[in-house]
Ligand binder design. Structure first.
Ligand SMILES: [Zn+2]
Length: 558
């Protein structure tokens, strides 16, 4: 059993096994069926002596598991076309005994810090207990690895284990997830949407309009699939907005493929969409390409852009804005001040930095390219406040607060002495910033891809470094990479233009392209016709049974 998992672990970091899961999932592709938390979703995927697991449905993520008495060891799928980003999990369990307590260990989380340390994972019934989050021991039998490449990789990037227990009663079906799931099918059940384009999986990129006026407000949600709190708030906003002051253009599901596949951060191509807004490519980030095209005719009229995200290391909700640190920023501070008395809002987490490494985010692109002064990200904690996870009524309250504040954004500036103090100098060295942390993961993954082990060591190196050596190595690497990644520097608009970060991004893109050249998953799909199709027809077109088999041997050498 151990050996089998070890083997699978080795392969988890190539595309091969991902594709197997992906193929299976694709066969079940039907976004008209919304997963239900207490009913069986998808097919039975695994069975152990005491439980059975369902994990092939819209937004699910569970790659492989093994049983060790009453402990279930779980591996998550990497984001499609990446070597990592594992964070989001979503699966269902049904007990085969009247009452049984199971310990779950999710072994390959990538995030070094998250609120899950204190807050419990989402469960559809009762709660889990005995929660722990700790560094996965690479000497663990499931992780000790004879393959030098993988061993090296494990030393560069640590994995973290999320451990929790749950007691099952009778044959109830329980859903477990990183945060409350909001699958693609729920977004597609929203009414009166228009489709502005299609993704590589032929999912529609949807747009909903509300209100009537000459000035526009753009709202985005769900660039990052694991950040479901953004979806719950945008759904409430869609219900609430009835404006005569602004025309709202809402994109409630920016990354439909990533959400459907159960990715944590990326789209089908393994691209973090919120780093691709300046110059999106139709081939690799069609989502952003189509959204920007659909906004082309309104771009002079946009007053505000609101990008809704979920945060995994901070509580409450808060705002990141853009400001030119050479001038006073009273307008944006005046806007953020409208939130300050709201009990779920946290002023101290707000920031007005314009860091070079965030240049191609939606927030900075709207600010810089479209000259939208009120261009903001709203981060809504995935784990709520001190009172626990946000409820539906909390999401409704947050949405109402956002809507009221947008409607009043151009009100005269209050007494300057009452404006909040918000950091815009780029001094925030907070290690837990989710965007920074994830960038670090990407850089290391890129570095690993360019790393070539000398042949003579390839199959011989068996010594695995000690934990202390690993930590030292990670720290060295971090020292090396962080100045590039977390270039803490607020920029003026003209500095923006000359930033060398773009060159850096281009280099990364070249690397990424060459990585994908060997096996481009898109080749596996039929070309989209000029007339886009609904997803429900894709199954028929694909004729899945006749799909060419992927030649595993060809892909091993990527
Ligand atoms: Zn995000």
């Amino acid at each position: 059993m151990n050996k089998k998992l070890q083997l699978i672990t080795t392969h988890n970091y190539s595309l091969i096994n991902y594709l197997k899961v992906f193929q299976k999932k694709l066969q079940l592709l039907d976004t008209t069926i919304q997963p239900q938390s207490n009913q069986q979703n998808g097919q039975l995927t695994f069975i152990t002596s005491s439980i059975q697991i369902y994990s092939l449905y819209d937004s699910s993520n569970l790659f492989y598991l093994t049983e060790d008495n009453d402990t279930i060891n779980i591996l998550l799928n990497s984001d499609s076309n990446t070597n990592g980003c594992t964070q989001w999990f979503h699966f269902q369990v049904q007990a085969l005994k009247p009452t049984v307590t199971i310990k779950f260990k999710i072994l390959n989380n990538r995030r070094r810090q998250q609120l899950l340390t204190n807050f419990k994972p989402y469960t559809s019934k009762s709660t889990c207990f005995d929660l722990h989050y700790y560094k996965t021991n690479i000497h663990h039998p499931y992780y000790a690895n004879d393959d030098a490449q993988i061993a090296k990789y494990q030393q560069l990037m640590h994995f973290y284990t999320l451990e929790f227990k749950f007691t099952f009663q009778n044959d109830e079906i329980v859903t477990f997830a990183y945060a409350q799931p909001y699958p693609l099918s729920r977004a597609l059940s929203l009414t009166d949407y228009k489709t502005v384009g299609y993704t590589q999986l032929n999912n529609p990129i949807i747009q909903i309009k509300r209100g009537k006026a000459k000035q526009y407000v753009v709202i985005l949600a769900r660039q990052h699939p694991s950040e479901t709190s953004g979806s719950f708030v945008v759904e409430q906003l869609i219900n609430i907005i009835n404006s005569s002051k602004y025309r709202y253009i809402i994109y409630p599901m920016v990354n439909p493929d990533g959400v459907f596949l159960g990715n944590s951060r990326c789209n089908l191509h393994g691209v973090d969409l919120n780093r691709k807004w300046i110059n999106p490519q139709l081939s690799s980030e069609p989502e952003i390409y189509y959204i920007k095209s659909s906004l082309e005719k309104y771009k002079q009229k946009i007053t505000m852009m609101v990008d809704l995200h979920g945060h995994s290391t901070k509580q409450h909700y808060f705002i990141y804005g853009c400001a030119n640190n050479q001038n006073n920023n009273n307008e944006i501070k005046n806007f953020i001040a409208k939130f300050q008395n709201h009990s779920l809002f946290h002023m101290k987490h707000c920031s007005l930095e314009t860091q070079a490494n965030r240049k191609s985010t939606a927030r900075q692109t709207f600010w810089y390219q479209y000259k939208v002064q009120f261009s903001i990200t709203i981060e809504i904690s995935l784990f709520g406040s001190l009172n626990g996870r946000f409820s539906d009524s909390d999401y409704k309250e947050i949405a109402q607060q956002i809507y009221d504040s947008i409607e009043k954004c151009n009100e005269p500036i209050a007494d300057q002495t009452t404006l909040p103090v918000i950091d815009c100098l780029g001094n925030d060295q907070d290690e837990s910033d989710s965007e920074c942390e994830q960038d670090f993961v990407f850089e290391v993954a890129q570095k690993r891809d360019s790393y070539k082990e000398p042949k003579k060591f390839l199959f011989k190196q068996k010594t695995i470094q000690t934990e202390t050596q690993c930590v030292q190595q990670e720290q060295q690497l971090k020292k090396l990479l962080l100045p590039q990644i977390k270039k803490i520097k607020s920029m003026t608009k003209s500095e923006h233009k000359s930033s060398t970060k773009m060159e850096f991004e281009n280099q990364l893109k070249v690397k990424q392209d060459s990585f994908q050249k060997n096996f481009n998953i898109i080749n596996y799909f039929p070309q989209r016709n000029t007339q886009p199709k609904r997803m429900s027809s894709i199954k028929k077109d694909l004729n899945l049974n006749k799909c060419p088999q992927i030649k595993v041997d060809q892909m091993k050498n990527y």
